[in-house]
Design a protein around this ligand. Structure first.
Ligand code: GAP
Length: 456
């Protein structure tokens, strides 16, 4: 295989970042000012993709379970929350600075030799001693900047769920075991924010906290590991790019009794995508202690037995899932004789449920009423499907543009459409084309989406 062939077809972070910008998935934040590190803006295709990933997770975790309720808690919470949760004390990374080049490193990310010799891996300059660096963003609320006005941007969505757990039991008459799901922004003052949207200071999480009776926690922990693995399989993710990683004693968060990460094989290697944690009664116990409120569950079906529930948490990064889905979908393939025009195509093989655009409607020509007919078809479909309309350029080029945006279906309107009411339905993955009567388009799309199997 030639070097060129070997290079093509592989998702690299450079290719993903460049495609994301070119096609309007993700832009650097405040780019005109040189960019803001750790923050990214989601463009027209990116917000659609992110919304669909969030929608798939929400459906899986709430609609498909009768005992999981949704929540959208505020980002700003009472500062005592973060003392109770242990984040003020424990949510730290070990940090060293280079005295010469002023670079900042996470001490656990530089080699032991460099750390022992206090030598900067970039310039060889002298490193400072390691110190603890709290990752929470701190600000002040109200007009006075004193200790009483300290406010944090939440570093995880989970705490908003814990402080509302009693409200939800009461409002929704929940009985243990039950869950609360939430999608929302979280903020961390990360020391290292490279690799595009993988680790950022502002990101989104999709978390579900499952409240169980102590003693049943290990069983539920295994059950949630099973369900979260099956979820990615259902999404059509390449399963050989996923694996489990159990946290060793030195990796466990301050609240966890046991934790497993689902890791994905990103272009830069195996990295965490989602965590499943057994948080025990740590969080609710601490909130009881710090707030003075009774956080016990009263089991009315069992002689009013009282206990603080254990919590099994499934915690996935939404924005990290966007990166995973982009990497997983990315493909390049030779589609014509080498050296001929457009011999390679870049294609994003999104599952149709996740694709930002489901169907693109393309009139072969703008004239002779074909554009009007295509617009008419678009109007018919757009209530049920995300559609795009493109009438400019050669049809082959337009197909390639849609391939690169990950659009699974193209509908081409030509002269025959005017005569017999059929259109061409082109499939992104196989590039096959079939003629379909216009009246059957909506049901055919539905059937294709339901039966979708990734071929490559
Ligand atoms: N509530 C538990 C919790 O927050 P975590 O392992 O720190 O656990 C959970 O984070 C998930 O959130 C990670 O698996 C990852 O997908 C995502 N995540 C964490 N920090 C992130 C960051 N700085 N940027 C993007 N995603 C992040």
């Amino acid at each position: 295989m030639s070097e060129q062939m070997e290079y093509q077809g592989k998702a690299t972070m450079e290719k993903i970042t460049s495609l994301a910008k070119r096609r309007g998935f993700v832009f650097q934040s405040s780019e005109i000012y040189g960019g803001q590190s750790g923050a990214w803006d989601y463009g027209p295709l990116g917000i659609e993709l992110k919304n669909r990933i969030a929608g798939a997770w929400w459906k899986e975790m709430t609609r498909l379970h009768d005992n999981i309720a949704g929540l959208d808690a505020a980002i700003l919470m009472h500062p005592r929350t973060w003392e109770a949760s242990g984040h003020v004390e424990n949510f730290t990374d070990p940090l060293v600075d280079c005295k010469k080049c002023k670079s900042r490193f996470r001490a656990d990310m530089i080699s032991e030799e460099n750390l022992a010799a206090k030598k900067c891996p970039d310039c060889g300059g002298e490193l400072t001693d390691t110190r603890k660096f709290n990752l929470m963003f701190k600000s002040h609320i109200g007009p006075a900047e004193d200790t009483a006005s300290i406010i944090y941007l939440r570093p995880e969505t989970a705490q908003g769920i814990y402080v509302n757990y009693k409200n939800i039991i009461q409002s929704n008459r929940m009985k243990i075991p039950f869950g609360i799901a939430q999608i929302g922004k979280a903020f961390r003052n990360e020391i290292v924010t490279k690799n595009f949207i993988f680790r950022t200071c502002e990101f989104e999480q999709m978390e579900m906290q499952y409240f169980v009776k102590p003693g049943t926690d290990e069983e539920w922990f295994n059950e949630w590991r099973r369900q979260r693995w099956a979820y990615y399989e259902k999404l059509g993710v390449k399963m050989n790019c996923l694996r489990w990683h159990q946290h060793g004693a030195d990796e466990l968060a301050h609240y966890a009794k046991d934790a497993y990460d689902i890791q994905y094989l990103f272009p830069m290697g195996w990295r965490e995508l989602e965590g499943v944690h057994n948080r025990t009664d740590y969080d609710l116990g601490r909130h009881a202690q710090f707030s003075g409120k009774d956080m016990q569950y009263i089991d009315q079906d069992n002689n009013n037995e009282r206990y603080i529930p254990y919590i099994i948490e499934t915690s996935a990064g939404l924005t990290r899932n966007v990166l995973m889905i982009l990497c997983d979908a990315y493909d390049e393939e030779q589609v014509a004789e080498k050296g001929s025009d457009d011999d390679w195509r870049t294609v994003l093989r999104f599952h149709p449920d996740l694709a930002p655009v489901t169907a693109a409607i393309l009139p072969l020509m703008k004239k002779d009423g074909l554009a009007e007919l295509a617009q008419d078809i678009r109007k018919e479909l757009q209530d049920d499907y995300a559609t795009d309309y493109d009438q400019s350029g050669a049809i082959g080029r337009r197909y390639r543009r849609q391939d690169e945006a990950g659009t699974p279906f193209c509908i081409t309107v030509d002269y025959q459409s005017k005569e017999d009411g059929t259109v061409t339905l082109r499939f992104r993955d196989s590039m096959e084309q079939v003629r379909v009567p216009r009246a059957q388009l909506a049901s055919r799309l539905k059937q294709e989406i339901k039966g979708y199997k990734r071929i490559k």
